[in-house]
Design a protein around this ligand. Structure first.
Ligand SMILES: NC(=O)C1=CN([C@@H]2O[C@H](COP(=O)(O)OP(=O)(O)OC[C@H]3O[C@@H](n4cnc5c(N)ncnc54)[C@H](OP(=O)(O)O)[C@@H]3O)[C@@H](O)[C@H]2O)C=CC1
Ligand SMILES: [Mg+2]
Length: 289
């Protein structure tokens, strides 16, 4: 079972100095609850998130009602902000942690039916909620977001929002509006955010992303004409957006996250689809040059 405290996952140090999410058995969690004088029925709030390769059911539980420091001491770990966790987790568990947090958040914010205003009850697995008065079933939702790496054939556009960590740039992203196709949303976002006209689009891959409230990220590459590359940056959305050369991007991919002054350019963590798009672009550029 993965534990969260107010939606922050519990991480533990490994012997190799890396981090992994703490995986506790049901009885481990039960003894934590007993030792801290908590009601054992809290366990019933756990949510099914998957099945391991050893055919073990995997659950997550938010123990936000317990004292954070006391839980950390009992299980030898720390509850870490999810965004920070993505820079610390090297293994394949990051998507599972993201899914767990997204489901827990959904339950925490869906206690009342949006149709009737009446309380909702969860099913046993935690995959749906049912309105107590109308029986209407609601399911967790994701908002479609297009994310795109724009290239002019030799360089790519990366942008940063003011809220990003210092020095971090990413691919352009934006929510799809109601009724839009992926391609329409992509062309609109690129035009709005950096003033470029997209000539062609190719789909790469997708991922669930837990921010801001569960996004379904649809990753694409797009090309613009090398004759029309002037950026007009929408400063209300982006603090900055620039063209970066293959060399600059390749160097940034080598940068390891560390404390202190950030390097001039660093990129989203490996688990982020932006990282994948950027890596794919560098591979493509190296094969054509
Ligand atoms: N996994 C990855 O690699 C990356 C993921 N992302 C994710 O993509 C998401 C979208 O990118 P972002 O550039 O912020 O999007 P946008 O460019 O669409 O700008 C965000 C604004 O869009 C409006 N908006 C429209 N629909 C929604 C909705 N369903 N939910 C929230 N806001 C909405 C809001 O404006 P208003 O309040 O004015 O209506 C919001 O402030 C981010 O939340 C980020 O977490 C981004 C980069 C990399
Ligand atoms: Mg955007």
């Amino acid at each position: 079972m993965f534990l969260f405290h107010r939606l922050n996952p519990l991480l533990q140090n490994t012997e190799r100095g890396t981090f992994r999410p703490a995986t506790l058995t049901c009885s481990d969690v039960q003894s934590v609850l007993e030792n801290l004088g908590a009601d054992g029925s809290l366990l019933k709030e756990s949510v099914l998130i998957g099945c391991s390769e050893q055919n073990q059911a995997e659950f997550c539980l938010d123990v936000g009602r317990l004292d954070q420091a006391a839980v950390e001491e009992m299980v030898t770990g720390s509850f870490v902000d999810l965004r920070k966790s993505f820079f610390l987790l090297s293994g394949a568990e990051a998507p599972l942690v993201a899914k767990g947090q997204a489901l827990l958040r959904w339950h925490q914010t869906s206690g009342f039916s949006s149709a009737t205003g009446q309380p909702t009850r969860r099913n046993q697995a935690g995959s749906q909620r049912v309105c107590s008065s109308s029986g209407i079933i609601s399911y967790p939702t994701m908002c479609p977001v297009v994310i795109v790496l724009v290239s002019d054939g030799t360089r790519c556009v990366l942008g940063r929002q003011a809220a990003f960590p210092r020095g971090m740039y990413s691919a352009l992203a934006g929510f799809c509006d109601m009724g839009e196709s992926l391609e329409e949303a992509l062309c609109r976002e690129v035009a709005e955010e950096v003033g470029l006209e997209v000539l062609s689009v190719s789909y790469s891959s997708s991922q669930h992303w837990p921010f801001p409230h569960s996004s379904f990220m649809l990753g694409c590459h797009a090309s613009v004409s090398p004759a029309h590359t002037q950026l007009i940056v929408d400063r209300s959305e982006l603090e900055d957006a620039r063209w970066f050369s293959l060399q600059e991007v390749m160097s940034a991919l080598q940068v390891k996250p560390r404390r202190g002054d950030p390097p001039p350019l660093w990129l989203p963590p490996k688990h982020a689809i932006a990282h994948r798009l950027i890596t794919e672009w560098t591979q493509l550029m190296q094969t054509v040059s």
